[in-house]
Design a protein around this ligand. Sequence first.
Ligand code: FES
Ligand code: FES
Length: 199
Amino acid sequence: MTAIVRRSGGNPTNAPDGGLCLALGDMGSSEATLSSAIRTETAFTVNGLRVKMELDPRESLLDVLRERLGLTGTKKGCDHGQCGACTVHLDGRRIVSCLTPAVQVNGQAVTTIEGVAAPDGTLHPLQEAFIDNDALQCGYCTPGQVMSGLACIAEGHAGDDDEIREYLSGNLCRCGAYAGILAAVRETARRTDPRVGEG
Ligand code: FES
Ligand code: FES
């Protein structure tokens, strides 16, 4: 009889491909058994909407958002946790969705860039500030920059320019729009917290 077992020990998210470690107890039977057996029912919310899906534990949250849910605002840059383009919020905290197994968000709330503006389309003040400060060129990194910028402000890590740079350092911009990004986050933080300095 074919049995699918998880290797014991270790954090499954530490697997080299960022997915779960799986081993077949008996490799002699069909691969179809594997593909169907490892599907895991996962329920979570995305931008306030409930989602329930059968997921392969190896699927990243980034791929589920983009490929299954059509939320392509979240970008895939490196797919290795190094560029920040895939940043989303999970229960209000920023994460890199490329390194997050989608099954891991079961029961939690995901917010993507599509959920930042108001339902009537009014942009968030930080999105307005990105426009006002020319904080983008090609725009590929921008969704991740906005999600990290929002978190940076909410975490209280936007006190001065050095602090903002430090807490946005996980988000790379190949176009080099850093000065505008910094200005946008600083401006928005100052509006919401008058203690925030000039930098
Ligand atoms: S795509 Fe996730 S960190 Fe680069
Ligand atoms: S605006 Fe092009 S990568 Fe940042």
